[in-house]
Design a protein around this ligand. Structure first.
Ligand SMILES: Nc1nc2c(ncn2[C@@H]2O[C@H](COP(=O)(O)OP(=O)(O)OP(=O)(O)O)[C@@H](O)[C@H]2O)c(=O)[nH]1
Ligand SMILES: [Mg+2]
Length: 342
């Protein structure tokens, strides 16, 4: 999703740049043998400082430039980051890299000046300046060692973030194991993991479908249990964020072979939290229900407790035709949205 740069460890940055600096200094001393040795040695030390600071600053500036600043992230990504990591640590780590850049810039200016404006015969003074530069430079880099390591962890998290498009969006929600991922896979061909146990989906997954002119974004979410918002874990919170920030329409999938009252209660809770949400409900796994009366009872109860006004659709999430029928029903709710116009 984000194009993030390579992040070096503090030690690898020190090792790489210092050895490059010493190679360049040596090269400079060896070129133009007609020039006096002291002059070449002076140029060598200038080159060392220049080379080390150029590489270190280049790598660290690239980290700052390519990592998105937290405050500029769209709200969905900000909150998604919040459920995965502590945003203050993120800000602090980027701030620490900037601190290191500022210090090395100052240090370079001073050390380079000391060497450049030294007299040719001040070899010891130059060598001391050069050593002091390397010592302080290494010390600045070591001080942000933990921050660089943390940015590596954050990079892994950011790289996995789903790529959200500005398209009409259907968010699939429901209890764990009800067939949400199966629905996404059957409808869009998306290779999401499906398994006969709950909590299979741990993150948000996206598929697309273009039935006619418009491309829809279909979002599969981790399963939700019926519990208050404050008790939800970070995995569940991702589903809530998709509902809050991304859903134009929500599709609730019910599993008639599970505890239906708890599933009703979940829909009621979501309705309470998102009173303006456009929600459609489908009853899945109908192939497993021999007693059709049971399905009738579910329908009646949904209408009675005012979770839906019309009879919810029935489907078998492995069966494309029934899945498409449910999608078509959800599609009707998109009419009137700005994004829906074409
Ligand atoms: N018989 C039958 N099994 C189904 C149907 N839909 C899904 N399943 C099965 O139900 C199990 C759970 O399906 P998933 O699609 O992984 O369910 P989920 O809602 O994404 O589950 P979580 O990711 O854990 O929330 C799998 O074994 C599916 O094969 C259906 O219509 N009929
Ligand atoms: Mg799933």
């Amino acid at each position: 999703m984000f194009q993030l740069p390579h992040i070096p460890t503090a030690q690898s940055l020190i090792d790489k740049t210092f050895s490059k600096g010493s190679m360049e200094a040596k090269k400079k001393r060896a070129t133009s043998p007609h020039i006096p040795k002291e002059v070449r040695s002076k140029r060598g030390e200038e080159q060392r400082v220049k080379m080390i600071s150029t590489i270190v600053l280049g790598e660290l500036r690239s980290v700052i430039k390519h990592f998105p600043s937290y405050d500029q992230l769209p709200p969905f990504y900000q909150e998604l980051l919040d459920v995965r990591i502590d945003k203050n640590k993120y800000k602090k780590s980027l701030g620490a890299v900037q601190w290191c850049v500022n210090n090395i810039e100052d240090l370079k200016r001073k050390s380079y000046g000391d060497i450049k404006f030294s007299r040719v015969d001040e070899k010891i003074k130059r060598s001391n300046s050069s050593h002091a530069f390397m010592g302080r430079c290494a010390s600045f880099i070591k001080q942000i060692s933990g921050d660089l390591d943390r940015l590596v962890e954050i990079k892994v998290i950011l790289a996995e973030f789903p790529e959200i498009q500005n398209q009409p969006t259907l968010v699939i929600a429901g209890f764990p194991n009800v067939g949400k991922s199966t629905f996404l896979r059957t409808l869009t061909g998306s290779k999401v993991k499906i398994a006969p146990y709950p909590f299979t989906t741990q993150e948000i997954y996206i598929g697309h479908i273009k039935p006619k002119y418009l491309t829809y974004q279909i979002i599969d979410t981790p399963g939700l249990l019926d519990r208050p918002m404050e008790d939800r874990n970070p995995v569940e919170l991702q589903a809530i964020l998709a509902m809050k920030h991304l859903a134009d329409v929500m599709l609730f999938i019910l599993d008639p072979t599970g505890n239906v009252d708890e599933q009703f209660s979940l829909i009621a809770e979501v309705r309470k939290n998102f009173p303006d949400a456009l929600i459609t409900i489908a009853v899945n796994k109908t192939d497993l229900i021999a007693d059709k009366k049971k399905l009738e009872n579910i329908h009646d109860k949904l209408i009675k407790i005012k979770l839906t006004e019309s009879k919810p659709l029935e489907m078998c999430a492995n069966d494309y035709d029934s899945v498409l029928t449910v999608f078509r029903e959800a599609e009707k709710l998109f009419t009137g949205l700005d994004k829906y116009k074409y």
